[in-house]
Design a binder for this molecule. Structure first.
Ligand code: DGL
Length: 261
């Protein structure tokens, strides 16, 4: 059975790319809820509703494990999805928090993400559960997602935007900066240059967690051929393919448009 992965749109492809790098033989179904992106500006109730519908769709296709490849959804709906569905569910917040805890020497971590992620305090909770002495500060960067969706990954506009958002981090002494949004790895270079703080990209950590969970449950695919990848979106496929291939670093074929209730 395949691994199911969902995001509000293309951002989760940075997580899928990493899962494919670490586990190339796994079959993967990816759902991008492009008709309802962005999630990061919506209320937790709405994000939970969308996340449950996305998971119901992937479950109806038969999956062995679910990856919530969206920080906003992981922040507000993970426990509900874990309760409601009979497969292992992995989000992106806990793996990122674990990596941040391992990385910080000064015990000061900064997190950037969408408004809903930062408001939820999910990273702070996850980091403090591992080490209560770590100070966590969060900054919402709502303009990053539309800029990235537009393909403005370098240049003046994205650099000025980053300077504005990241200014407070320059003075708060954090030695670790978590990219708490699956879009942000696309502008890693800009963020790194402006913030001058080592970054944590939760995609890599999440893929490690997927490998560990599948291994522990004896569910790794026992075949050395490359797994089949299939994509579903809730809006037009063309834009997803165009933007998505930049996130993904591979061709996106085998894609269909679906309707969710
Ligand atoms: N994928 C979302 C996240 O990681 C960002 C895009 C959105 O707001 O839907 O939070």
């Amino acid at each position: 059975m395949p691994i199911g992965v969902f995001d509000s749109g293309v951002g989760g492809l940075t997580v899928m790319r990493e899962i494919m790098r670490q586990l190339p033989e796994e079959n993967i179904l990816y759902l991008g809820d492009t008709a309802r992106v962005p999630y990061g500006t919506r209320s937790p109730e709405t994000v939970v509703k969308y996340s449950v519908e996305n998971t119901e769709f992937l479950m109806s296709r038969g999956i062995k494990l679910l990856v919530v490849a969206c920080n906003t959804s992981s922040s507000v709906s993970l426990d509900i999805l874990k309760d409601k569905f009979p497969v292992p569910v992995i989000g992106v917040v806990e793996p990122g928090a674990r990596a941040a805890v391992a990385n910080t020497r000064l015990k000061k971590v900064a997190v950037i993400g969408t408004e809903t992620t930062i408001k939820s305090g999910s990273y702070e909770k996850a980091i403090k559960a591992l080490d209560g002495s770590i100070k966590v500060s969060g900054v919402a960067c709502p303009l990053f997602v539309p800029l990235i969706e537009e393909g403005w990954l370098e240049g003046e506009v994205v650099t000025l935007t980053a300077e504005k958002y990241l200014e407070p981090l320059k003075h708060n002494g954090a030695d670790t900066l978590v990219l708490g949004c699956t879009h942000y790895p696309m502008i890693k270079g800009v963020i790194e240059r402006v913030a001058k703080i080592p970054l944590i990209d939760s995609a890599i950590e999440t893929a490690k967690e997927v490998r560990r969970a599948l291994g522990a449950a004896d569910m790794l695919r026992q075949d050395s051929t490359d797994g089949v990848k299939e994509f579903f979106v809730t809006d037009a496929t063309e834009k997803f393919v165009r933007t998505g291939e930049r996130f993904f670093g591979h061709r996106i074929i085998n894609i269909s448009k679906i309707s969710l209730p």
